[in-house]
Design a protein around this ligand. Structure first.
Ligand SMILES: Cc1cc2nc3c(=O)[nH]c(=O)nc-3n(C[C@H](O)[C@H](O)[C@H](O)COP(=O)(O)O)c2cc1C
Length: 170
């Protein structure tokens, strides 16, 4: 599978089967995530691998969707605001960009393994921060459910703007 085929195959999966994600698969996903680039290589992130029944029940309180509860595993991607690069000339923080790159490494690696994922940012971040007793400098930015797509999941069509709308060649 070349890279274009991989990115074509990745899609938001919103229903998972009961089949667990193996420890070897989790190790592979985390290895791919860890190698993401970041501004000044500061790696301003922290990830929670949510796999116990107790922790999954806690996380599900932060995003109430039936499909979300079907996932056998979740990653919480957090920005470490005390570690992120801030561009000096205009004070722009870059933790958001860094966490997004690492998270997408994870999602693409999962696709390669035949696993499904879905970015979730529309969750209760304050509640998540409390329920996982996170450090004050840590911001939960994204939840990624991971699992084997349920048999009824069909690949969604990729509706994207045409290149002519998004590219300026100069
Ligand atoms: C930053 C970000 C936040 C997202 N948040 C949510 C979310 O809270 N809930 C959800 O169901 N999907 C969420 N999505 C998934 C998008 O809806 C999805 O990626 C988009 O519609 C394109 O579809 P595809 O992923 O199948 O290609 C999010 C995606 C991104 C990149």
């Amino acid at each position: 599978m070349n890279f274009l085929q991989l990115v074509e195959q990745r899609c938001s999966v919103r229903q998972y089967s009961d089949t667990p994600v193996s420890a070897e698969q989790i190790d592979y996903l985390l290895a791919c995530m860890r190698l993401a680039p970041s501004a000044v290589n500061l790696q301003p992130w922290h990830f929670y691998v949510v796999q116990s029944e107790e922790a999954k029940a806690r996380l599900r309180q932060c995003y109430h969707r039936e499909w979300f509860a079907s996932a056998p595993l979740y990653i919480i991607g957090c920005i470490r605001h005390d570690q992120e690069w801030v561009r000096r000339r205009d004070q722009k923080p870059h933790g958001d960009i860094d966490i997004a790159i690492a998270t997408e490494h994870l999602c693409l690696a999962a696709t390669e393994l035949g696993l499904g994922t879905c970015w979730v940012c529309n969750f209760d971040a304050a509640l998540c921060h409390d329920l996982f007793q996170m450090d004050a400098q840590e911001e939960p930015a994204v939840l990624i459910p991971i699992g084997h797509p349920a048999p009824e999941v069909k690949p969604a069509s990729k509706e994207r703007k045409p290149l002519t709308d998004i590219i300026t060649t100069c």
